[in-house]
Design a protein around this ligand. Sequence first.
Ligand SMILES: O=C(O)C1=C[C@@H](OP(=O)(O)O)[C@@H](O)[C@H](O)C1
Ligand SMILES: C=C(OP(=O)(O)O)C(=O)O
Length: 437
Amino acid sequence: MSSSGECWSSSRATALQGEVRVPGDKSISHRAVMFASLAEGTSRVSGFLEGEDTRATARAFAAMGVTMQQPSASERIVHGAGLHGLHAAADAIDCGNAGTGMRLLTGILAGQAFDSTLIGDESLSHRPMRRVIDPLARMGAQIDAQQGGLPPLRVHGGRPLRGIDYALPVASAQVKSAILLAGLYADGETRISEPHPTRDYTERMLAAFGWPIAFGEGRASLSGGHRLRATDVVVPADFSSAAFFLVAASIVPGSDLLLREVGINPRRTGLLQALRLMGADIVLERERELGGEAVADLRVRHARLHGIAVPETLVPDMIDEFPILFVAAAAAQGTTRVTGAAELRVKESDRIAVMAQGLRKLGVAIEETPDGALIEGGRLGGGEVDSVGDHRCAMSFAVAGLLAATPVQILDCENVATSFPGFVALANGCGFVLVTW
Ligand SMILES: O=C(O)C1=C[C@@H](OP(=O)(O)O)[C@@H](O)[C@H](O)C1
Ligand SMILES: C=C(OP(=O)(O)O)C(=O)O
């Protein structure tokens, strides 16, 4: 078992209380920096996630000649280079841990006049890239990968691209976005249909930057040859980060937490529906718009949860929330069944295997299936679990510790900084008992 890097110990807590504003949305932050870099004029991004993933994306565009300023934490002023104003980075572009960064960049770089190399960390180097390489090749791009379609990727520039009509084989906002971004540089129309609608930030933000695009109900289409015009982006708090607190307050007796300004785009809030089916008490307060995205304050109070069969239609809308859903299931009465979620096996880790292994160590009866798991709720014990460097698994195990009979030691937690810098302090501020070493 790996014991590299930062470790945590999470102990049983009493009621969680207070107000929390989790950091900015990761998906929107990546895209804001990308689109502002390709736009004409100066854009201000506020609420930018200062996480390792999104900083790697900002560094990538700075390395390709985009001037960026950081007037304060969580703010970027981006002086766009225009669609054809990037130049080759001096070195390989390091996307760190970020699948979103690498896949969306691949689409953008396929349209450039120069060649680029994309690299990532150990986890990203094992994530499948054929899903973007194949459709981009059909558009005329040439992208070389390692055996099995793995990074590093060499994206050749100077190839004329043409629009395609593409039915996505998997529900993936990253693949959809890579194709649409290559479509900005393509001759003719690029048309996409999805097996199930996924997060639509690329479509919405391209429209906000002035690019004509039609989208909705699992379809999107655009044509090349237009311009992106600078605009300001306000990034809401990330629902996927709020998710840990939604489950924590649901399972710890006496809890009452308010999560401020959380993005509630329906393609992201599947966990909210799943938790409500399990009996959770979560109320949306002050629903409003922030920078074109729906946000709300989420009030969550402790409730007795019971097991459910998670509806498969919810899977794409809660794809990053399964590690924490597994913890909610372990704390609930009865059995929870997850199906149709094989994508979890190709995230930062094999999230089905990592969560099953960890929860089993804490005494939970859990059976893995190829596309999900069967989780028997009941008592949680303590012990040592390995997050294998997966940020969402690390934070999920920290939530499990809140109810465990003895402390839960969690290995390999440093990657929490990829999506949720400051998690430990914020969590302890509302009642977690989390120690790092
Ligand atoms: O487009 C995005 O910003 C994301 C899409 C999802 O990935 P897939 O497209 O692989 O489903 C999600 O898991 C990831 O955290 C962010
Ligand atoms: C899957 C995730 O991100 P990415 O694909 O960008 O690495 C995630 O944040 O859970």
